[in-house]
Design a protein around this ligand. Structure first.
Ligand code: FE2
Length: 199
């Protein structure tokens, strides 16, 4: 389902919070959950921010990747991430959480910034592809931890529909992490990327 206009989550880039005035930004960042429901909303908002940031940054990783295998893998991951972003937006809306002020996930920002700046310093295409894969794998595991925590909390407070939706995304993250780790075969990332580059 395509979401358009004001309600389109693609409108919000991960730079959105930085565009806010400092006092309002601090206010948003310093919200203190006072109940388990509010804590769940806080976690859902962070997960939405994770998907928004990743949707914004994955195209840059795809551009930097040299091997066809890696570029195709990232291209597929962009589609999945945008779908996850839209589903998180829908979950937040269902919980009446204000999506106009996404609470930026600073851990994801650091993971992305570190991988981006590292890749910009690497001239060797093979080494750069491995750096992209390593960064993406760390990011997937971070996402898995976030979805698992929110899913368990949602289940604990009886929000089973939300927990089921989070479980669905968690399963996708787990599958993506396994794909990136190259666990399906006997060869590691280095050999796989090297093969793809050299053909
Ligand atoms: Fe994701």
């Amino acid at each position: 389902m395509e979401i358009s206009g004001k309600n389109n989550p693609a409108r919000f880039s991960h730079n959105y919070c930085h565009a806010l005035t400092p006092s309002f930004y601090d206010c948003v960042m310093n919200q203190q959950p006072s109940s388990r429901v509010e804590l769940l909303h806080h976690q859902l908002n962070k997960l939405y921010s994770v998907e928004v940031q990743l949707s914004d940054t994955l195209p840059e990783f795809m551009q930097q990747a040299r091997s066809d295998m890696l570029r195709e893998g990232i291209r597929q991951h962009i589609d999945t991430t945008r779908s996850q972003r839209d589903r998180m937006y829908a979950i937040l809306t269902n919980h009446n959480v204000d999506t106009d002020a996404p609470d930026e996930d600073r851990v994801m920002k650091t993971l992305l910034d570190d991988t981006k700046s590292l890749c910009r310093t690497i001239d060797d295409a093979e080494v750069r592809d491995i750096a992209i894969l390593s960064g993406a794998t760390k990011i997937e595991h971070y996402e898995m931890a976030g979805y698992l925590s929110a899913m368990n909390l949602a289940r604990e407070i009886g929000e089973d529909d939300t927990a089921d939706l989070l479980q669905e995304i968690y399963n996708e993250e787990q599958s993506a992490a396994r794909q990136m780790e190259g666990l399906g075969g006997s060869k590691g990332i280095v050999e796989r990327v090297k093969e793809a580059i050299t053909g």
